[in-house]
Design a protein around this ligand. Sequence first.
Ligand SMILES: Cc1cc2nc3c(=O)[nH]c(=O)nc-3n(C[C@H](O)[C@H](O)[C@H](O)COP(=O)(O)OP(=O)(O)OC[C@H]3O[C@@H](n4cnc5c(N)ncnc54)[C@H](O)[C@@H]3O)c2cc1C
Length: 401
Amino acid sequence: MVVRQVMRAVVVGAGIAGLVVARQLGLAGWDVEVLEKAAAPRPDGYMMDFFGLGVEAAERIGLYPRLAAVAYRVDAVEYVDARGRTTSSLDYGQFARFAGGKVLSLLRPDLEQAALAALDDVAPGRVRVRYGATAGRIVSGGDGVRVTVDDLPDEAPADVLVGADGIHSAVRAQVFGPEEEYLRPLGMRAVAFIVTEPVLNARFRNRFVLTDSIDRMAGLYGLRSDQVAAFMVYRDATGAAGHLPAGSPGQRLHREFSGLGEAVDRLLDLCPEHPYDDIVAQVVMPGWQRERCVLVGDACGAVSLVAGQGASLAVAGAALLGDVLGPVTSPEGISPALVEFERRWRPVVEEAQAAGRRAASSFLPANRAQRLLRRWIIRGSRLPGADRLVARQIVGRSGKG
Ligand SMILES: Cc1cc2nc3c(=O)[nH]c(=O)nc-3n(C[C@H](O)[C@H](O)[C@H](O)COP(=O)(O)OP(=O)(O)OC[C@H]3O[C@@H](n4cnc5c(N)ncnc54)[C@H](O)[C@@H]3O)c2cc1C
């Protein structure tokens, strides 16, 4: 009788990509350990559009119903001036149509929680998620790949190490080289947070409201509870990680965002001490796999928030990695599977990155003329036939049409 060897994977990062690939490998019979440096699922976040390949993958792997259950309704997407008057508005229904009919508006932590809950689909004990566990030194050798956790002694070797640890991936830095080689800043910085504010919540419930401003943009959305999800993006040339601009996030936001109206002023006052606060950047690498290590999600192919599909690609890429790696039953099969994953997924990521770079050039108007142009484009997108053009501009090939 041939005894099937149980393959073992260590996944670094219990974000969207990490949890999805862990589930898919667990369903395929792998033994999976997920290391997450946060002490618990991260509550911080922002609203995201989830569509295209992400929706297709979520439907295929049975995650979609869990996502649809926590999705938000979007009644309107409006740009407003400092007095709160609407200057232009997007037809969200049209956006949904050219994205293939299905667009979910999801809060980042809700998507992560849904992926975590979906681990219940796997046989008990197959996938273990360890919170408060920071991946340390990685050593790849003949018997597999070992990773230390929190400076503890080496653990049992795994057949594969999956780096799903986001845009500042520590796995990437160790196995492929320093961050500066791969991070491509897009000249902007983003801050995002969720606050409890019943008055603003009532005003902005189910609406995306964006400031029609130059060189900066604040966006807010009223959630189901008394909360408001806020994000603020501004031009920032300080560049790569580690070169933080001066001042706390709150001080910087006050500097950059005052004068955009009383709703934004109120949010500035409520900004928490440690919001999401990072450069807007892509990750561009010549190779995503080496020996027994592979990267997935933002770690290898961040497209940036301006592309609006990093989470969709994190789910779809992780599902594909599960498809190609899941059936592997011996260490010899690993390398070909990882090569196959990269061969199939790289063109998709590269196209989304190109769409993201195009979007980045017009995301924040640099002057009044550019702002006017954006208003015209938004109004024009309501014309019959314009939807396909706009779709290609925004979502590249992952939009349908
Ligand atoms: C403001 C904003 C708006 C966005 N809007 C959209 C949108 O509309 N649509 C969309 O699709 N995408 C959007 N995105 C992008 C999307 O959030 C990301 O692409 C997606 O979260 C990437 O998922 P990931 O699993 O690859 O990485 P992450 O979500 O970053 O997860 C990485 C995980 O690894 C953990 N980790 C890191 N280092 C270690 C370590 N050494 N050891 C253990 N654990 C570690 C981290 O704590 C984290 O939990 C937006 C992003 C931002 C910032």
